[in-house]
Design a protein around this ligand. Structure first.
Ligand code: HEC
Length: 106
């Protein structure tokens, strides 16, 4: 009896870890495919792009002060010279915003 409970707990923990890894990876994959060209691999745009388009680094205080919802709105509806990023599900928008926020912390 105890043994079967323990194995269920271990299983649940394994799923939780796999889920968390999946989450991180897909945000990163979406970022690389849809955002990196303008925002740079590490959230810092290359100087040319920063100058032409006015992209700020993810760590800029004005970007860090944005809420998740505001960032998601920028991705879905566009903002200034950033066009709406098409073809993402709501879940992918959420994940990529989470990834972008992580980049801003580094
Ligand atoms: C075509 C280039 C381009 C792509 C691709 C792009 N962005 Fe942007 N992004 C911009 C520019 C330019 C701005 C600055 C917009 C402004 O404030 O005028 C910006 C601003 C932002 C902001 C700040 C919005 C605000 O309210 O100030 C966030 C967050 C953001 N981008 C996230 C993303 C994410 C996440 C992706 C990928 C899903 C992405 N961007 C793809 C060019 C791009």
């Amino acid at each position: 009896m105890m043994k079967s409970i323990r194995s269920k707990v271990v299983l649940a923990a394994a799923f939780a870890v796999a889920g968390a890894m999946c989450f991180a990876q897909s945000g990163e994959a979406v970022y690389k495919a849809h955002c990196q060209s303008c925002h740079g691999a590490t959230g810092v745009p290359n100087p040319g792009i920063a100058k032409i388009l006015g992209v700020k680094p993810a760590s800029d205080p004005s970007i860090k002060s944005l809420s998740e919802a505001q960032m998601a709105a920028a991705v879905k509806n566009g903002k200034g010279k950033m066009k709406p990023v098409a073809g993402l599900s709501d879940a992918q928008v959420k994940e990529v915003v989470a990834y972008f926020r992580e980049l801003g912390k580094k």
